[in-house]
Design a binder for this molecule. Structure first.
Ligand code: NAD
Length: 292
């Protein structure tokens, strides 16, 4: 018998993931502040909930897919929140990309009510969410992971337990740090080439097979060369993730000088009004910096 799922957060990622669960035969009750998104899910076969508390009262496994830490805290621990409706034995899977310390804080509050939690952020974007092929990086107890893995496998192409609660979020932040710094490196290198009068297309083709080659170079260089900064993964979401990485590092008394620098560059673009650009928009930062 499939567990009944309560799904909170029906945005770009959450809505297609919730639809995949319905397609796989799960009963699903849905909640979002956005009524239109809920109504679309109802048309797709979901039940409608009136609050996160109502979701908890009417499901066995609760899934959240929300923008950031404050949203998860409000939905789970706030007024009319999940915590007011839970009963012992339930499980909350948070798929949002948030600060690991907040995952641990929320899990500790739920544990007082006998509720287990997994933090299960994803990479793979909207396309992966629609196709059911996102990569899950999961933190939590092994037995809780094993008992709920089948649910994640409906939405994901890979599902990996990486450690205890918060470890999934830490892994996601590590991913975002590598990607952010890589994009900045690609943008800086192409800007040097362009300034020196070498066709960036030729640079890209010459170096992509060598040590500088990467998925990041292959994906972002052609878009930077074309001046195409349409999203994709929005820069403002990447700044959110890097801010969480930076603050986590601060809490742990460690240092991320490269992340700090990339964040400043991204923040400058956002402050200049480029609020909807792809994270590859770092190319635009160098175009402006070096007049190219
Ligand atoms: P989104 O903004 O499209 O969706 C978030 C949804 O949460 C919205 O529908 C919003 O109405 C709802 N919401 C916000 N506060 C709420 C509340 N208090 N109660 C109920 N609903 C509330 O965001 P998204 O792109 O779906 O991203 C969700 C998470 O996944 C983020 O943490 C993001 O960083 C991560 N992520 C996104 C992508 C991507 O490509 N978009 C890729 C990987 C990971």
């Amino acid at each position: 018998m499939k567990k009944k799922i309560g799904f909170i957060g029906l945005g770009i990622m959450g809505k297609p993931m919730a639809k995949n669960l319905i397609d796989a035969g799960y009963d699903l009750i849905a909640y979002d502040l956005n009524e239109d998104a809920v109504n679309e899910m109802v048309d797709y076969g979901a039940e409608k909930a009136s609050s996160p508390k109502n979701i908890a009262e009417n499901s066995e496994v609760i899934i959240t897919m929300l923008p950031n830490s404050p949203h998860v805290k409000a939905v789970v621990l706030g007024e009319n929140g999940v915590i007011e409706g839970v009963k012992k034995g339930q499980v909350l899977i948070d798929m949002s990309s948030i600060a690991p310390l907040v995952s641990q804080e929320v899990a500790a509050e739920l544990e007082k009510k006998g509720v287990e939690m997994l933090d299960a952020p994803v990479s793979g974007g909207q396309e992966g969410a629609e196709a059911g092929t996102v990569a899950f990086m999961v933190g939590g107890k092994e037995e809780v992971f094993e008992a709920n893995k089948a649910i994640l496998e409906v939405m994901g192409g890979s599902v990996t337990l990486v450690g205890s609660i918060g470890a999934g979020e830490t892994t996601k932040l590590a991913n975002q740090v590598i990607v952010g710094i890589n994009i900045a490196a690609v943008a800086e290198a192409l800007s040097l080439g362009k300034k020196a009068g070498v066709d960036p297309e030729n640079i890209f083709n010459a170096i992509r097979g060598g040590l500088a080659g990467s998925q990041c170079l292959n994906d972002k260089a052609p878009r930077m060369i074309a001046g195409n900064y349409d999203p994709g993964f929005k820069m403002k979401l990447h700044v959110k993730d890097l801010t969480n990485a930076f603050e986590t590092s601060r809490e742990l008394h460690s240092y991320m000088p490269l992340t700090a620098q990339v964040m400043e560059m991204m923040q400058k673009l956002l402050n200049d009004g480029h609020t909807e650009v792809d994270h590859g928009g770092l190319g635009l930062f160098y175009e402006q910096l070096n007049n190219i």
